[in-house]
Design a protein. Structure first.
Length: 279
């Protein structure tokens, strides 16, 4: 689906399209589209009703990584085990690739022909837009940049990552539920509690791996947060307390799925995977 959604490499402007495909198709965990599918499946959606939303969130995620890796942001040279987009294609082309990917994600979601109710379709677009903006990823990145060299408390750190990491994860779950149609307010709220826990758990595990992992396994530069004096969970809470908070958030996320019963099994497995992953 992703390869078909992206412009062909030979299609002009070819260098831009190569950079876009490089950013999206170069591996990765694909957690966000998997969350779209798992949520939709739990609510009885056919896979084809979830395809556009799944592609859109992964394209948005790829765009965010391209921009986050830039020298003006996190200044990283390694992503998914290979040179970052700006190292491979130059900073200007990487910025354009990120811009074009963000636009493409909304084009994909807006052009979804799977027959959603118009009101739900608009809400899906609003959900994705909110996850990208100043109250979502962009706002989280701004807080992250401002926090370099500062000593945040645990509440401020969580607030930053609710935006930077958590917003798109929560949007992925909500998009899966909206695409399924018919989810009531209580179900949407339960799924949002689940996604909130998974989003923060994902970040804590990332912070732990940044301390304990190796670049070859992670596919990105290990230890870069400490090197840049960025506030992280281990730096603020200590490793033992970080692990305890990771377990608490994972348990809370799984508990939120109780109303789904056996239908939530795939989502439960994903929460556990997030907490236990090695890269």
């Amino acid at each position: 689906m992703l390869a078909r959604t992206l412009p062909a490499e030979a299609q002009p402007p070819a260098e831009l399209h190569r950079a876009m495909r490089y950013a999206v198709l170069g591996g990765g965990k694909r957690l966000r589209p998997v969350l779209v599918y798992a949520t939709g499946h739990a609510l009885g959606a056919a896979p084809e009703r979830l395809d556009a939303a799944a592609a859109a969130v992964e394209i948005i995620h790829a765009y965010s990584l391209v921009h986050d890796d830039l020298p003006a942001m996190d200044d990283d040279a390694l992503r998914r085990g290979r040179p970052t987009c700006h190292v491979a294609f130059g900073e200007a082309m990487a910025i354009l690739a990120g811009d074009a990917l963000q636009a493409l994600a909304f084009e994909v979601l807006a052009g979804d022909a799977s027959g959603h109710d118009p009101g739900i379709h608009v809400e899906m677009l609003r959900t994705l837009a909110a996850a990208c903006g100043s109250h979502g990823m962009a706002g989280g990145q701004a807080l992250d940049l401002a926090a370099v060299g500062c000593r945040l408390d645990a509440a401020a750190l969580a607030r930053m990552h609710v935006h930077k990491t958590g917003a798109l994860i929560r949007a992925s779950v909500r998009l899966g539920a909206l695409a399924a149609g018919g989810a009531d307010v209580a179900t949407l709220a339960a799924l949002d509690r689940y996604a909130h826990g998974v989003g923060l758990a994902f970040q804590i595990r990332d912070d732990i791996l940044d301390v304990e992992g190796e670049s070859a396994t992670l596919g990105k530069t290990a230890g870069k947060d400490a090197a840049r004096a960025k506030p992280t969970y281990p730096a603020i809470l200590g490793m033992a307390a970080s692990r305890a908070e990771l377990a608490r958030l994972t348990d809370a996320a799984i508990a939120a799925l109780a109303p789904l019963g056996a239908r939530g099994a795939e989502l439960v497995a994903l929460a556990r995977h997030v907490a236990e992953r090695e890269h």
